[in-house]
Design a protein around this ligand. Structure first.
Ligand SMILES: [Zn+2]
Length: 254
């Protein structure tokens, strides 16, 4: 270990210490998004998907759902390390002509012939397209999240602003559900990955059937796990989404 890399490691440890204080003090999702953590790209992609999934019902056209389903496959598929190939598939799905038509409507004729009627629907579609652009490095996760908030509560009224703030607070739960503890304080013993626990986690991941979570807790406890954060997460009723940090931990997904 050279002195330079040693110093860099110490600097990163100090940065992470500050990041952890900011993370624990944050009460809004928009604040959490701004914290400099080592959260994996995959986790951020799953969070962006979870956000967009909430506004999918506002997007009426078949290509919206098709594009979203393709995105789900791309961002957490068998080969997530091949983003270029994945993204080109995504672009095909998004369909250039429709996409540029929509673009034209947003920026040139915001209330003309497009099938999207309301500001909420337009913001929802913008969130989906920002998701595609983000995967190409042309948008930020903040922009996706802002459009999701606008889709859920469009307009400038006091009520809309308050509703967006409420969603900002609510989405902290979604982000925590996916990233868990991003500072590595959960010390997961690999011996807890028994065949029973892993096969349960695989079923949950494949089917998104989270009613099995308490059984996963039992399997982990049988294997010797007594970490309350993990067991409580499985046993407490709550909204789990694809990327649930406990399921990922058992499967060894980053
Ligand atoms: Zn979960």
């Amino acid at each position: 270990m050279t002195k330079r890399s040693d110093r860099r490691r110490q600097e990163r440890a100090a940065e992470l210490w500050h990041a952890e204080q900011e993370w624990r003090a944050a009460t809004r999702c928009s604040e959490l998004l701004a914290v400099d953590t080592d959260i994996s790209d995959r986790k951020w992609r799953l969070f962006a998907l979870a956000c967009c999934r909430e506004v999918l019902t506002l997007c009426p056209e078949p290509w919206h759902r098709e594009a979203f389903e393709q995105t789900e496959i791309v961002v957490d598929g068998p080969n997530p390390a091949a983003p270029c190939r994945g993204n080109s598939q995504l672009w095909d799905t998004y369909n250039w002509s429709r996409r540029w038509g929509a673009w034209d409507v947003w920026y040139v004729r915001p209330h003309s012939h497009h099938s999207l009627q309301s500001p909420g629907e337009m913001a929802a579609e913008r969130a989906l397209i920002d998701l595609a652009l983000w995967l190409e490095g042309k948008r930020s996760r903040h922009q996706i999240f802002q459009n999701v908030q606008l889709a859920l509560a469009p307009g400038d009224s006091t009520e809309a602003v308050q509703e967006r703030e409420a969603h900002d607070v609510r989405f902290t739960d979604v982000l925590h559900e996916i990233v868990g503890d991003p500072f590595g304080w959960i010390d997961f013993d690999p011996s807890w990955r028994t065949s029973n626990a892993v096969s349960l986690a695989r079923i949950i991941y494949a089917t998104q059937d989270y009613s099995l979570m308490p059984i996963l807790a039992d399997a982990l406890q049988d294997a010797g796990c007594e970490i309350s954060d993990i067991l409580d997460h499985c046993r407490t009723p709550g909204a789990h989404v694809c990327g649930c940090w406990v399921v990922d931990l058992v499967l060894g997904k980053p």
